[in-house]
Ligand binder design. Structure first.
Ligand code: ATP
Ligand code: ATP
Ligand code: MG
Ligand code: MG
Ligand code: MG
Ligand code: MG
Length: 278
């Protein structure tokens, strides 16, 4: 573009490329969700609608960016792993952070009414985003172990806290005091002896968070052409991907994004999915 006499100000915009060949972890977190969850009547300790909405926004982001190979979410946060070779936006840091944060936030708002049909948004929610580079698979493993351990610690605390308040009749101040200085074994004990709750039997979604990965759609599990209804009878939306007919002749196997609530600290999750850290 031809420069006006003002165009020199452009030179003050400095490049901000990210080191090549390193893993990127992009984490976003809801801004003041303590307040946002109160104002929108989230169920305590875990509002499943809110968690599923987070998962859906994360899935939307993965669908928009094939470089995202893994996502892990809990509460109001999500951590996305981008492969070492990711070249999106020429690895410009501010472009990546601002665009991903904006896309996630906009999905969250766009899908809000599907998950909270009876509760219109009272004000626009927002998220902060940050990006950290890690040199090797070891740090990535430890990063995700750190987040899942956090999920466990927070959920055990919150579950016990809200049992004391909702079933034990304690005020929030009392419940904080009751739990002050307790170790995890004591919280399990309070839950079990006072409220007959076996913590380990609670929904894995709450205990383990949400892990999103891409899984190959196996051709065998798809119906053969003969079993399929004629394509012309289907409205356009139903012929959209993943369609087994369109799959024929493709080189790359089709994948779909799945939401798991499993352990990602032990080796098994990673050993069975070597492509994530490749
Ligand atoms: P900040 O802006 O610093 O992140 P915050 O208020 O968002 O402040 P967080 O540490 O991110 O603080 O904690 C998020 C809070 O949002 C949780 O403590 C919880 O109160 C609430 N929250 C988020 N998701 C849910 C959910 N699914 N169910 C119930 N409460 C939730
Ligand atoms: P990028 O993602 O690189 O910013 P872009 O398509 O948004 O790509 P821009 O240079 O930002 O490209 O230009 C924005 C374009 O959006 C304009 O060229 C114009 O076509 C369209 N646009 C934006 N606002 C309006 C508007 N108010 N009325 C009509 N067209 C608009
Ligand atoms: Mg915070
Ligand atoms: Mg937050
Ligand atoms: Mg948070
Ligand atoms: Mg633009």
């Amino acid at each position: 573009m031809a420069g006006s006499k003002y165009a020199y100000v452009r030179n003050f915009e400095l490049p901000d490329p990210l080191l090549p060949g390193t893993f990127m972890v992009f984490r976003l977190d809801g801004h003041s969700f303590h307040r946002f969850s109160d104002e929108h009547g989230f169920t305590k300790p875990n509002d499943i609608r809110a968690l599923e909405l987070m998962d859906h926004a994360a899935k939307d982001l993965m669908e928009q960016h094939s470089d995202i190979v893994l996502a892990f979410g809990e509460s109001d946060e999500f951590s996305f792993l981008l492969r070492k070779s990711a070249a999106l936006y020429n690895r410009r840091q501010s472009k990546i952070i601002s665009t991903l944060t904006s896309q996630f936030t906009s999905s969250y708002v766009f899908r809000w009414s599907s998950y909270f049909p009876d509760c219109p948004l009272k004000y626009p929610p927002s998220f902060d985003g940050r990006l950290v580079l890690y040199p090797s698979a070891r740090e990535i493993r430890d990063y995700y172990s750190w987040r899942q351990t956090d999920t466990h610690i927070n959920n055990l605390y919150n579950t016990t806290f809200w049992a004391l308040v909702q079933q034990g009749g304690e005020s929030t101040t009392q419940a904080h005091a009751t739990l002050k200085g307790t170790v995890s074994k004591q919280k399990h004990e309070i839950l079990f002896s006072r409220f007959q709750v076996n913590y380990n039997a609670l929904d894995a979604r709450f205990r383990k968070g949400s892990t999103l990965v891409r899984e190959e759609i196996s051709e065998q599990s798809l119906p053969t052409t003969e079993e399929l209804p004629p394509t012309q009878d289907l409205p356009p939306s139903e012929t959209a991907a993943p369609s087994p007919i369109r799959m024929r002749g493709r080189k790359k196997p089709r994948t779909t994004i799945v939401v798991l609530h499993c352990d990602i600290i032990k080796d098994d999750f990673w050993d069975t999915r070597p492509e994530i850290l490749s």
